[in-house]
Design a protein around this ligand. Structure first.
Ligand code: FAD
Length: 287
């Protein structure tokens, strides 16, 4: 089902997974999907390998989503993709019933700063798909604390508006651990004319190293409360996780008071955190 259709009727709860490497067994991911499917997600997104690697495996994962009758959102990036390659992917995606695409520039291959394709930015892909494959429902990414390479937050919002103008029908956000920053971002982009629904991407706070790494690589801030948790429990992973999950629940609860259209949990192919958070997530479906 098209995500824009779902968003017309309700706020969504969804999860993100990534395809295991070619040589890895699919069984652990299948177990995860079996558990996640019991939480009735509105869709599951499947990432596209960073730097364009390991992309073939997403088809196996999409088949698994079909097995558990899960609605999919396939990520797709500019990296290494020509018009012909896009056509090949499109015909494969259609065979496995993909109806929604999250169109992205993509993470560059290590050591490069080019997409290696005629498509330089997500906007180029969105324009191409809208013209040639309007049958897909199209989403784009947004950055509550500004994309790390952006010239300015103003230009970042300008390009976000361009995504909407070219045909993006919803946005999924980069992780953000500060609900005030998120709220201010939404208010700012609404003022500048970005009207499409925004689904908040949430990374459960379960490992202090993971959080620091993600914040450093994406230019996201660590609020005082979270930095205190990191300082207090950095040498005690169990207590860190307990405090981190409480932090995550509070973040979700605060975000539910903002103008978001849903919550997208970065599950990192695990299911226990999603199970622990589901009661807090469920509230959004009843708003
Ligand atoms: P763009 O929208 O192209 O923006 C990139 C930069 O260029 C920004 O600084 C922006 O301000 C600027 N810009 C935007 N449009 C233009 C334009 N027309 N002209 C000039 N400058 C412009 N990466 C993967 O490799 N695989 C994934 O599956 C994946 N999934 C993701 C899911 C989400 C929800 C998010 C938030 C990110 C994901 N990423 C993924 C990471 C993403 O690829 C990187 O953040 C990448 O650096 C930017 O992608 P984008 O689509 O936001 O790029």
């Amino acid at each position: 089902m098209h995500i824009k259709q779902l968003l017309k009727n309700k706020k969504t709860v969804s999860f993100e997974i990534f395809p295991p490497k070619e040589e890895q067994d699919l069984a652990p991911l299948e177990t995860t999907l079996e558990h996640l499917s019991k939480l009735s997600p509105d869709f599951i997104s499947v990432t596209y390998g960073a730097g364009g690697t390991n992309v073939g495996r997403s088809l196996d994962v999409l088949e698994l989503l079909n097995k558990y009758e899960l609605n999919s959102l396939q990520h797709f990036t500019c990296i290494g993709n020509s018009v012909q390659k896009i056509e090949d992917f499109v015909s494969e995606y259609k065979k496995v019933g993909v109806k929604n695409l999250l169109l992205l520039r993509g993470d560059y291959k290590e050591g490069t700063e080019t997409t290696g394709s005629d498509f330089k930015n997500a906007t180029d892909l969105i324009e191409h798909f809208k013209k040639n494959h309007p049958e897909f429902c199209i989403g784009g990414a947004c950055y509550p604390e500004t994309h790390i390479e952006a010239i300015s937050s103003k230009s970042d919002v300008r390009y976000l508006k361009l995504k909407q103008e070219l045909g993006a029908e919803f946005l999924v956000s980069q992780l953000c651990f500060d609900s005030n920053n998120f709220d201010n971002f939404i208010k700012k982009i609404r003022q500048r004319g970005v009207k499409i629904p925004i689904i908040a991407g949430i990374m459960p706070v379960i490992s202090h190293k993971g959080i620091i790494k993600m914040c450093l690589s994406n230019g996201c801030s660590i609020p005082k409360k979270l930095s205190r948790i990191i300082g207090k429990y950095e040498n005690n992973p169990e207590d860190f996780k307990k405090a981190g999950m409480e932090y995550t629940k509070e973040l979700i609860t605060n975000l539910q008071k903002t103008d978001i259209a849903g919550i997208h949990l970065y599950t990192l192919n695990k299911y226990k955190d999603a199970e622990e958070l589901i009661d807090t997530l469920e509230i959004i479906r009843n708003i």
